[in-house]
Structure formats: structure tokens, C-alpha cells
Design a binder for this molecule. Structure first.
Ligand code: NAP
Length: 245
């Protein structure tokens, strides 16, 4: 189904669960060698390690909290040592909370901005030396960043920031053969959606023309397209994957 990514080297942040995990497995199944960033040692991390082993490649999981710039440095160093360079960077890491704006503590604002926006900047900037003069950077935004959502001012500010970051970098880095694009998922069946109250799930389903939430692999499919040469003339674009909501 997907182009051959044999020989390609990829870094995926937030790769042990949800959308990032689907991206990691899709890249590995397409033949790429993947370094996976994640925050905690969990059963999810262990099971991914096992699943990756079955794909046969020499993949690596690296525990690094991307809210800490020093740990991003360690993640990039481990990536360089393991892969020797990079062809694909997928900034999938993200975190969310729901807080009334009037009560939003600076700490929550700072943490959500650091994980969703600053981490994407620092990972991408740090990856430039490994990318050299070609490559594909894919940032994972959110449909929420395109429309705004109550109680998510901090999250949507970060996700909207990714649009500006993506578009500016597509122009600044395009000249050296690096494409930068954004994928904005709608409501996707991940751990986050699993905790959604029935009423909220029904309200979303009613508003989605396709009549259902999305699956992580349906977002990963677009990421794989952008990672491959099939999308060689796509740069600075935002792809919504949201069932048409
Ligand atoms: N799910 C949706 O409906 C939806 C909709 C729109 C946009 N998105 C965006 O899509 C991306 C993936 O979302 P998801 O729902 O698939 O994610 P998820 O299931 O919540 O998984 C998050 C991943 O990020 C890692 N992570 C979280 N905080 C981290 C940190 N500080 N440092 C390093 N790793 C960290 C987690 O690792 P651990 O397991 O080790 O904590 C996990 O691998 C995010 O950017 C999100 O904003 C999701």
C-alpha cells in the first residue's frame, strides 16, 4: 500500500501510544529504521519494542521528556549515534488538559506550550544537522488549532503555533531540500478518546460527516505519504484528517 521506505532513517516523538505508535509501526513496516521518543517506561513501550522486533529492523526506543530541552538534546544525540543521520522527523508528541481560561495556571500553560510547540521547534532545529540537505519533517497539529475550543486555550495556542512554524520552516528550509508539513487530526480513537463521556462522543459523532471517530492508522497513512517521495512536491501544507467535521 505504501512506497518502499527501505534505507530511510526516522525519528518519531511520542511514538509509544496513539497516533505516534501507528506512525512508528507504519514506517517500520515500510522498511524505515526508527528511533522512537517516549516519556515513561510502560507496558506500551515494552509491547512496542516487541512489535518492532518482529519487523526485523534495528529500531531504538529512547526515554526522554521533551518538556526538558536537555533531554531533547539527549534524544537527538542517541538518534545520531544509532542512525548516523535522518531522512524523516515526525513530531507527534503532544499533551492536553481542559481548564477554564480564567483559572488557567501559568504552569499548565507553560507545560502544554513546551510539550506541543517548543518541543517541535527544538527537535526540528536539533535534527537539522542530521537531516543534511534533504528530508521530510511532519508536525502533528490538531483540528482544534484551526477552529478553537473552549477550555483548551493553551492547547490550541500551541497547535495554531505549529501552523506558523510549519509554514515558515517550509519556506526557510525548502531551498535545501527539506519539506515541512503539518497533519491536523480531528477526533481520533486513542487513550484520550477512550476516557470521553458518552454524551461528548455522541455529540462529536453527530457532527462528523463520516459518522465515526478516526483511527490512528488513518492519520498515520497521511504521515507516511508525507514521509515518502510520493509527496515530493508537497511543502508547507496542512492536511486535515477529521472525517470532514
Ligand atoms: N487523539 C486525538 O484525538 C488527537 C486529535 C488531534 C490532535 N492530536 C495530536 O496528535 C498527537 C498524538 O496524540 P495521541 O492522542 O495519539 O497521543 P497519546 O495517545 O496521548 O500518546 C502520547 C505520546 O506522547 C508521549 N509523550 C507525552 N508527553 C511526553 C513528554 N513530555 N515527553 C516525551 N513523550 C511524551 C507519550 O509517551 P508515554 O506513553 O511514555 O507518556 C505517548 O507516546 C498529539 O500531538 C496530539 O495533540 C490527537
Amino acid at each position: 500500500m505504501f512506497p518502499d521506505l527501505a534505507g530511510r532513517r526516522a525519528l518519531v516523538t511520542g511514538g509509544t501510544r496513539g497516533i505516534g505508535r501507528s506512525v512508528v509501526l507504519g514506517l517500520a513496516q515500510a522498511g524505515a529504521t526508527v528511533v522512537v521518543g517516549h516519556q515513561r517506561q510502560t507496558e506500551d513501550a515494552e509491547s512496542l519494542r516487541r512489535e518492532l522486533k518482529d519487523t526485523g529492523g534495528d529500531h531504538l526506543l529512547v526515554q526522554a521528556d521533551v518538556a526538558d530541552p536537555a533531554q531533547i538534546g539527549e534524544l537527538l544525540e542517541a538518534t545520531g549515534t544509532h542512525l548516523g543521520g535522518l531522512d524523516i522527523v515526525v513530531n507527534s508528541v503532544g499533551t492536553i488538559s481542559h481548564v477554564p481560561y480564567a483559572q488557567l495556571p501559568l504552569e499548565a500553560w507553560t507545560q502544554v506550550l513546551a510539550t506541543n510547540l517548543t518541543a517541535t521547534h527544538l527537535v526540528t532545529q536539533g535534527a537539522l544537522a542530521l537531516l543534511g540537505d534533504s528530508g521530510s519533517v511532519i508536525n502533528i497539529g490538531s483540528g482544534a488549532g484551526l477552529v478553537g475550543v473552549p477550555l483548551r486555550a493553551h492547547y490550541t495556542a500551541a497547535k495554531t503555533g505549529l501552523i506558523g512554524l510549519t509554514r515558515s520552516l517550509s519556506k526557510e528550509l525548502g531551498g535545501r531540500g527539506i519539506r515541512v508539513n503539518l497533519v491536523s487530526p480531528g477526533v481520533i480513537e486513542t487513550d484520550q478518546a477512550a476516557g470521553m463521556p458518552d454524551a461528548a462522543r455522541a455529540a462529536y459523532t453527530n457532527r462528523i460527516p463520516l459518522g465515526r471517530l478516526g483511527e490512528a492508522h488513518e492519520v498515520a497513512a497521511v504521515v507516511l505519504f508525507l514521509a515518502s517521495d510520493v509527496s515530493s512536491y508537497v511543502n508547507g501544507a496542512t492536511f486535515t484528517v477529521d472525517g470532514g467535521i
